[in-house]
Design a protein around this ligand. Sequence first.
Ligand code: HXC
Length: 258
Amino acid sequence: MAYEHILVETHDNVGVITLNRPKALNALCTDLVREVGSALNDMEANNEIGAIVLTGSEKAFAAGADIKEMADKSYMDVYLEDFITNGWEVITTCRKPIIAAVAGYALGGGCEFAMMCDFILAADNAKFGQPEITIGTIPGAGGTQRLPRYVGKSKAMEMVLTGRIMDAEEAERAGLVSRIVPLEELKDEAIKTAAKIADLSRPIVFTAKESVNRAYETTLAEGLRFERRTFHATFATEDQKEGMQAFAEKRSPKFNHR
Ligand code: HXC
């Protein structure tokens, strides 16, 4: 399928979506978000693909929702079209792991886009922020909810109330990103990390992702019960048998369900 605002590639069993609206620093206009949703749905349905990388340019992952597109919308416009839920949440419903590989600006909706992914790898020039307050609005795609879960209340509140931007090192210290890599290695490292996941057992990867996500949606006791049951369920798979036998036989496992 031909896209206008994104590039789509596959590297063996890894799908890569690159936001590609350079003149607007990858501002997330409606068409771009729709294209990302469509590409993700294709990758989710493609059995060859086991994990996905979502990235942008060296200068910007995405500088936010498209301010020019939003500026004149009325309350009724945004209410009726359910502005921003519409299309964005495909990232959060995808069962295959999605790594956000962030270089440059990840601001506003760009930071929210990255936080919807399963984890964030940052280039050393990455900058994260929720500057919506400086243009008379607030985060609308999860920033006030996901940022505190990543970095805690104090830092999230400061960022949302002041619009202050944090650099990659602060983001790593705060737990927003899993690790920092040199800018020139970001894409390769993200693909390598995704390939490592894609080579593992697909059902077990899905189970692990589902279980970690439970931590954000339920109590500790319920989450532990969910984990125990899904852990038990892994013993019903051939891949658990193969993985443990391979360990005992000192060889690499050959998982069936890629
Ligand atoms: C539309 C944008 C944009 C955006 C940048 N551009 N960000 N267009 N929406 N969010 C456009 C600029 O208008 C300009 O186009 C071109 O990209 C280059 O931007 P510059 O400002 O000239 O670049 P620079 O001086 O390097 O500054 C980079 C920047 C700045 C610091 C990232 O662009 C900036 O502050 N952008 C807005 C950041 C922001 O407030 N994001 C939150 C948006 S609200 P022209 O044609 O003029 O050259 C949001 C709400 C989310 O995300 C709610 C739910 C999703």
